[in-house]
Design a protein around this ligand. Structure first.
Ligand code: ADP
Ligand code: MG
Length: 455
């Protein structure tokens, strides 16, 4: 195995125990820089990721590396933005792999690069298994491909995380590309960022051109437009223009239009004006079919009873199902053994034990906020009124109330014996300010990601 393969296998293992948001936050753009004897150097994109990996994931990364390389690792160090050291093998592989898998490119920056539609070719209908839980959404997509802009416009797909919404949107996008049509895939966050950037840089016209001159606009995760008034306004006009020109729009969200918080009524009515289709959790037959397909894609054969066993063990979503499969394959390939129910059970047990869900308590919030802002817990709870401490303090109180519904007197207690009126004031202040201050809002989102992903 070369370094990339080793790292992919490590990530495959780690991914299972971590929420997707965290996984992406911490492991995006990481790779093994080099392995020298028993020392591994990992490159990370920034200091924040470095600290987090060192503190939170040191043990699991080391253990995983040892398991995969089957040797003792004495040290894993993290450095920022190193180059990959390429072995001869890597170079040969690169040369021969002409048809590279393309990663999803964010629409951010696409004002400069109009060709890129933000699609990942790996998401196709071919690799999408249809079952009861997604057949309506899937049928709507097929109808759209036959009759773009006219049959269901917009199509609004909603459902929980990891149930195939992005896959479906991208699959339609890829089909449209094959038909020679112009496609743009974006997430509502990218749309927002792009919109803000375009205003700042005086490129509002380019922005409009980018989003309005397409045959198909795919907007993933529109729930994040909630509370962003400027973005909603802009999107409303973009949407109207596309719809009036019979250009197709497909949207996804983690909940139904009416359930999106802080979204304008006129947008809800637009979202509902075409077809609304939900995707649900797959039944056991669909799970088995998905596993079989994914295993085949990896050239790995698993017996029916094992597929069934894995399907029964994983309840939540398809992403977790894939994670479990990856782990099963990785484990058996590394040990060069044939999977049996017993060995698979061991691998999956390991997985569920590592992943025990602990309820979050106020102390976790304090700890996470301190880590995020790189401050000392004692200072946070203390009396100093420095600006660097006041905001994190207020955010801690806000999160305790918002996330844990802790009573105000208890929040005061947790924060080093403050008065409950301080807790009320802090909650109200942050609640209001985060609507107006995007940086603060983003900070809070990141802290929440840390909070729920840490184990
Ligand atoms: P969502 O956008 O709903 O969170 P994704 O589209 O990212 O979910 O799906 C998560 C993973 O599960 C992806 O790797 C995707 O390819 C896979 N997946 C989801 N649904 C299916 C399906 N019906 N058939 C095959 N793979 C699927
Ligand atoms: Mg998605």
């Amino acid at each position: 195995m070369n370094n990339d393969q080793i790292w992919q296998a490590v990530l495959g293992e780690l991914e299972i125990g971590i929420s997707r948001a965290n996984f992406i936050t911490w492991f995006k753009n990481t790779f093994i820089h080099k392995i020298e004897d028993d020392k591994v150097v990992v490159s990370v994109p920034n200091d924040f990721a470095k600290r987090w990996l060192e503190q939170k994931y040191y043990k699991s990364i080391k253990a995983s590396l040892e398991k995969i390389t089957e040797k003792k690792i004495t040290e894993v160090s993290y450095q920022i933005n190193l180059q990959k050291t390429e072995t001869k093998n890597d170079l040969i592989e690169k040369e021969t792999k002409k048809v590279e898998k393309e990663e999803v490119k964010p629409a951010v920056g696409q004002i400069k690069n109009l060709n890129s539609s933000g699609l990942n070719p790996k998401y196709s209908f071919n690799s999408f298994i249809v079952g009861k839980a997604n057949e309506l959404a899937c049928a709507a997509c097929h109808a759209i491909m036959k009759n773009p802009g006219k049959s269901y416009n917009p199509l609004f797909v909603y459902g929980g995380v990891g149930l195939g919404k992005t896959h479906l949107l991208q699959a339609v996008g890829n089909e449209f590309i094959k038909m020679g049509k112009r496609v743009l895939y974006t997430t509502s966050e990218q749309f927002t960022n792009n919109y803000i950037d375009s205003i700042k840089s005086g490129k509002a016209k380019e922005f409009k051109n980018l989003y309005r001159n397409v045959d198909l606009l795919l907007v993933d995760d529109v729930q994040f437009m909630g509370g962003k008034d400027g973005t909603q306004e802009e999107f409303f006009h973009t949407f109207n223009e596309l719809q009036q020109g019979d250009k197709q729009v497909i949207l996804s969200s983690d909940r139904a239009p009416k359930a999106i918080p802080a979204i304008e009524k006129r947008l809800i009515s637009r979202f509902e004006s075409g077809m609304v289709a939900d995707v649900g959790k797959p039944d056991i037959e669909t799970k088995i079919a998905i596993l079989e397909k994914k295993a085949k894609e990896k050239n790995y054969i698993l017996e029916e009873d094992i597929l069934k066993y894995i399907s029964n063990s994983i309840q939540n979503n398809i992403r977790e199902l894939e994670g479990a499969l990856n782990k099963v394959i990785a484990y058996h390939e590394f040990h060069n053994i044939k999977p049996s129910i017993k060995t698979v059970k061991n691998v999956l047990n390991d997985l569920t034990n590592n992943n025990q869900i602990k309820p979050i308590i106020p102390k976790d919030i304090i700890e996470t906020v301190c880590q995020f802002y790189n401050i000392n817990g004692k200072d946070l709870l203390g009396a100093k009124r420095k600006k660097e401490l006041v905001l994190p303090r207020q955010i801690s109180m806000f999160l305790m109330r918002e996330e844990l519904k802790t009573s105000y007197p208890t929040i005061g207690e947790e924060l080093g014996g403050r008065d409950h009126t301080t807790a009320i004031h802090s909650f109200n202040k942050i609640n209001k300010e985060k609507e107006e201050n995007e940086k603060l809002n983003q900070d809070i989102i990141s802290i929440k990601q840390l909070l729920y992903g840490s184990f």
